[in-house]
Structures are given as C-alpha cells and as structure tokens.
Write a protein that binds this ligand. Structure first.
Ligand SMILES: [Zn+2]
Length: 443
C-alpha cells in the first residue's frame, strides 16, 4: 500500500447531508480511502506524506452527473448555421460535429475534458458519448483517457436511430461489449451505463433491444429525457405516450438509471420518476443556452425525485453550474428565495448518491471510510464559516477561486496547480488544436 497522505492545517468542509466545518483537524488517507479525520495532535505521530493546506479549504471532490467529453473540440467553433429552436441546435451543430469525430478525436477530447475537470476539483464524471461514424471502440478510446488521468468516470454510448439502423445496432453492441468489459475488470474508477440518445430519435425496436440487453447485463440507462418540448410532441405523435411514460413502459427507468434534463415533464411523469427511483440530472446552463426552459427542480425534489446536477459540457466548474441552477430556480418561481435547499442538495448530496449507486462506493462525502476523492482550494474567508453557512461559502466564495490540489482514490492528480500525471498538458493542447482544426474542416 502507498504511504499514508496527511492533509494538515486546512479547514475541512462537508456540505453534504450533515453539513460540517472542522478546523485544527487532519485528514489521513490510507490507500484509496479516508482513514481518519482527527484533531491534529491525535495523528501527529502518523507517518506519511504531508500536504500543507494552510489558508485552504478541504472539500469533497465534485461530481459531474451528466456531461459530454466529445464536445471539448467544439470550443470556439463558429462554422455553424444559426439555430432558433432546439432541433436546429442538434442538426446544425451537435449532430454535424459528432458525425465528423473519429476514434482519436474522441480520445483527445476526453483527455482535454478530464484535465479541465481535475483543474476544477471534479473527481467523478458521468459521461454520455456519441460518434456515429466511429462507434466501435469509441468507449475504449475514452476509457484509455480516463485511465491516463485517474479521474473516476462512468461511460456510455448514446444509441440512436437518427443515422439509420446499422449505426443504431453498432451503438447497442458498443454498450453491451463495453459494459461486459467493465463488469469483468471491476475497476473502481471505471463504470458504464447503457446509453440512449432521447425518446424522439429511438424507434420502439431499438428501445426494446436496448432494454433487453440492459436487463441481461443488470445495468441502468443514461438518456436525455424531455429536454425540449419537441421531445414530448414527437413522442406523443409517434407513440401516443409522454416521454417518461414511454421510457417506463420500455423498462428503461429504475434506480440505476439517469434521465438528463426533464425540463418538460408533468406531475404524472414526476411521480413515475420518483416511484421508479430514476435519477434526474439538471443542466441549467445548457438549458438556458438552448432556450428550452428551466426544469422544475423544486417540484421534482418535493415529489421525491432524486435530482442531481450536471454541466452538459457547458463548463468544467460545477460550482459555477450550481450558481446558475440557483438563479434559474429564482427566476422560474419569480421568488428570490426559491430552491436553495433543493439546488444545493442536488450537487452536495444527490450527486454523491447517484455516483454511489453506479460505482457501489461511498462517494461525495468527506468522512472516515469514504473514498479519498477530494479537492483543496485557497480560501481565507472574510466572514465566519460554520456548518450553517458552508454551502453559502462554497457558492459565493469557493466557486470564485482556482482549485489547488485534486485527489482521487488517494492518488494526487494535481498538487499546487501542477498536474501530477504522465502527460504534458501543453503538448496535449497543441495536439487537440490540430485535431479540432481538421475536424472543423470536415464539417
Ligand atoms: Zn447532454
């Protein structure tokens, strides 16, 4: 076992279900777990490598419950036609982009996104991948990037009929074979879900095939659901059911499944999501950017739906996403105090629950026995900080400062803002720019 790591002199923040702030304590990491959180004098004699967190806060690593690595190569892309409604956003930008990706692009974009995550204190990522002209082996290409960076990740391939039956079949196969590999490897840093694009691009036949394969594998699903009103309209027209009803009928929902967005779900659908234990992941920046609406996070939470937070690749900074999530609920309710508990719990409590279900490991909390996934940030607050306002400090203060050190499963991935990886960031970015240039030319 690697020598213990002792994180000393920091203020320990636990914004989870039992918020807590500790000073004068040391975090002792042994192997991949947090072995002790104890007063400094009690662990003074413990041998190990010491990390001085003076003037810093130590917090649980952040979890991104829905994102897309592949869009990392789209930053700055201007060669697209304007889009007014959501269908245009997909047709003019994302479906053109993902159709031009090759396997190496997938690998490089994942590396770029994973490094960005480490720099922002994100330690677990749930990704949703598409590269319809390079389906076979695409999840392996992402998994190699995950292994190189040391971040915990859950991968899936988004099956869709939008490019024809052949590519849909390739997507089904890619999920099935990758999930089998993951189950065999039992790597605590790498998991898989069965990916599906969205109800409106899935035929009954493909949905049934996915449900059957998922059942056999004993896995959950990861799908975009009711992101825009058009998903509801098209689903009702073609299948005489609302999106969540159709997914329930197909056997896609359940307590290992994720429905991203759910901006346009009615009360009955919220009831189904709660009953089936399906996790909903809210992505406010993406929804605002695409002008599709603001999900009813408060309503879903009050009805017992487990609502988490993702970025949909709009940012690598989960605390920034959290801020927008809160402003969104204020605006939605026209009430400047709406949604505080629901929105902050989405990130600080529910994302940990969602990740724990998938990884079957205690994630998202800074406590003894939990996985040693944490972030250290320079933060010397000008106001008092305690268990009653720790979430406020994270939202208004910690969100505004760069992360100093990121640790996943006891492995230091970044220390004092220097990556501790066998990877040259400048060379990676140069390589990514070359690939992005070629990719944009192919559009
Ligand atoms: Zn998405």
């Amino acid at each position: 076992m690697a020598p213990a790591i002792l994180i000393e002199n920091g203020t320990i923040l636990n914004p989870g279900s039992a918020p807590q702030v500790l000073s004068g304590h040391t975090v002792v990491i042994e192997g991949d777990r947090i072995a002790r959180i104890a007063p400094a004098r009690a662990v003074r004699g413990t041998r190990g490598r010491r990390i001085d967190a003076s003037g810093c806060v130590v917090m649980p690593g952040l979890i991104n419950a829905h994102t897309h690595f592949y869009s990392a190569l789209a930053r700055g892309l201007t060669k697209t036609k304007p889009a007014t409604e959501f269908g245009d956003v997909l047709r003019n930008l994302w479906w053109r982009l993902d159709s031009a990706l090759n396997t190496e692009d997938c690998h490089v974009s994942a590396l770029v996104a994973l490094i960005d995550a480490i720099r922002h204190g994100t330690t677990t990522i749930i990704d949703h991948h598409a590269s319809p002209r390079a389906v076979d082996g695409s999840l392996d290409a992402l998994a190699r990037a995950v292994a190189k960076t040391g971040v915990r990740a859950c991968l899936c391939y988004e099956v869709s009929d939008r490019d024809g039956a052949g590519i849909a079949r390739a997507g089904l196969k890619e999920n099935t074979s990758f999930i089998r590999c993951c189950q065999k490897a039992a790597d605590p840093r790498l998991k898989a879900l069965f990916g599906l694009h969205a109800s409106f691009t899935l035929s009954d036949r493909t949905l049934e095939a996915a449900a059957e394969a998922g059942r056999e594998l004993g896995t959950g699903f990861h799908i975009h659901a009711a992101e825009a009103q058009s998903d509801q309209t098209l689903t009702q027209r073609a299948h005489r059911a609302r999106v969540i009803e159709r997914l329930q009928r197909s056997g896609i929902l359940g307590d290992r499944s994720i429905a991203a967005h759910c901006v346009h779900v009615n009360r009955r659908e919220m009831g189904i999501l709660a009953e089936t234990g399906t996790a909903v992941v809210h992505n406010p920046q993406s929804n605002l950017n695409n002008a599709v609406g603001i999900a009813d996070v408060v309503g879903m939470s009050q009805r017992g739906v487990l609502v988490g937070l993702g970025t949909d690749a709009m940012t690598a900074n989960l605390l920034e996403e959290l801020r927008v999530a809160l402003w969104g609920q204020h605006e939605r309710a026209r009430d400047a105090s709406a949604g505080w508990a629901e929105v902050t719990s989405a990130l600080f409590t529910n994302n940990g629950r969602i990740a724990t279900r998938i990884f079957d490991l205690p994630l998202g909390e800074l406590r003894e026995g939990a996985m040693a996934d944490l972030a250290i940030t320079d933060y010397d607050p000008p106001t008092p900080i305690d268990s009653g306002n720790v979430r406020g400090h994270l939202l208004f203060g910690v969100s505004q400062v760069p992360v100093r050190t990121t640790i996943v499963g006891g492995r230091v991935l970044m220390e004092d803002r220097q990556l501790r990886l066998d990877l040259d960031e400048a060379r990676l970015n140069a390589r990514a720019r070359e690939r992005a240039k070629a990719l944009w030319q192919r559009l």
